[in-house]
Ligand binder design. Structure first.
Ligand code: COA
Length: 263
């Protein structure tokens, strides 16, 4: 499928997605949201066919993503509450669709990740940032709130950082973003692509089905007591042990071979 506001490229099993509205710093509106949702659904199908193993999300031009398009937000001021609800639900489905992709998603952040842009970072599994990048949950500065992105952001940064950052809307550095768990690696701009490649290589030495199961395990176990989690975690590991991939991985290790998925 062709997209107007997204650029996609496939390199072997790696799907590169670039937000492509550089003139407005890759801000998203209802059209970008619809395209991102459709793209995530295509990637999900490609992952099921084992054609995609890793996704990289980046932004074209000077910055990763300036969040919601203010021109679109201005339009929504004239929407009814029901229309606003429909719009917000569509945005929520878009974030969930990326959050729940069964393949690892790497965020490549340069410039800024503000508002919904920080939300996009939050739905990535691994986030690599340029050391000059700026982050912020800046919505309150516009008199709105980081509502739709909050479940994803809270799961990454926790309540304490959210209380400071959601309420002040202050912009913060990549180093701070790493401290609070929004970012995993901070590197100089010239090393950004190499840092992304390092993660891509690492991820391709692990079993794709195991990665998908590990990713699904996290939200399943999150917030449950060990006793509540035990049936879920036991079923998950039992399924892995008897799976072809689990068996291949263990025998390859014991026989000092390389499993078939190892690239
Ligand atoms: N929605 C729509 N347009 C946006 C935008 C947004 N969220 N953010 C930036 N733009 C537009 C600007 O209006 C400007 O348009 P113009 O060239 O017609 O004047 C263009 O993008 C470039 O913006 P500029 O501020 O000059 O770029 P920059 O590279 O110096 O700074 C940012 C980039 C992202 C740091 C800065 O634009 C910014 O802070 N944007 C607001 C982000 C925000 O608060 N998002 C939260 C939304 S809830």
């Amino acid at each position: 499928m062709g997209f107007q506001f997204l650029a996609t490229r496939r390199d072997g099993p790696v799907e590169y997605l670039t937000l492509n509205r550089p003139d407005v710093r890759n801000a998203f509106n209802e059209h970008v949201i619809a395209e991102l949702t459709a793209w995530a659904s295509e990637v999900r199908a490609a992952a099921a066919r084992h054609e995609v193993r890793v996704v990289v999300i980046a932004g074209a031009g000077k910055t990763f993503c300036a969040g919601a398009d203010v021109a679109w937000m201005a339009k929504t001021m004239h929407y009814t509450e029901a229309e606003n609800l429909r719009d917000a639900m569509a945005m929520s489905r878009m974030f969930s669709a990326i959050d729940e992709l069964p393949v690892p998603v790497i965020g490549r952040i340069h410039g800024a990740a503000l508002g919904g842009g920080a939300g996009l970072a939050a739905v990535c599994d691994v986030v690599v940032a340029d050391d000059q990048a700026v982050f912020g949950f800046t919505e309150v500065k516009l008199g709105i709130i980081p509502a739709v992105i909050s479940p994803f952001a809270l799961a990454k940064i926790g309540r304490s950082a959210a209380r400071e950052l959601f309420l002040t809307g202050v912009r913060f550095s990549a180093a701070r973003a790493r401290e609070i768990g929004l970012v995993h690696a901070v590197v100089p701009a010239v090393d950004l692509d190499a840092a992304v490649l390092k993660y891509i290589d690492e991820l391709q030495t692990a079993g794709p089905d195991a990665i998908a199961a590990a990713k699904a395990l996290i939200p399943n176990v999150w917030g449950r007591s060990p006793a509540e989690a035990a049936p879920i975690t036991s079923a998950a590991i039992a399924e892995r042990r008897v799976s072809p991939e689990g068996q291949e991985g263990l025998s390859a290790f014991l026989n000092k071979n390389t499993p078939g998925w190892h690239r």
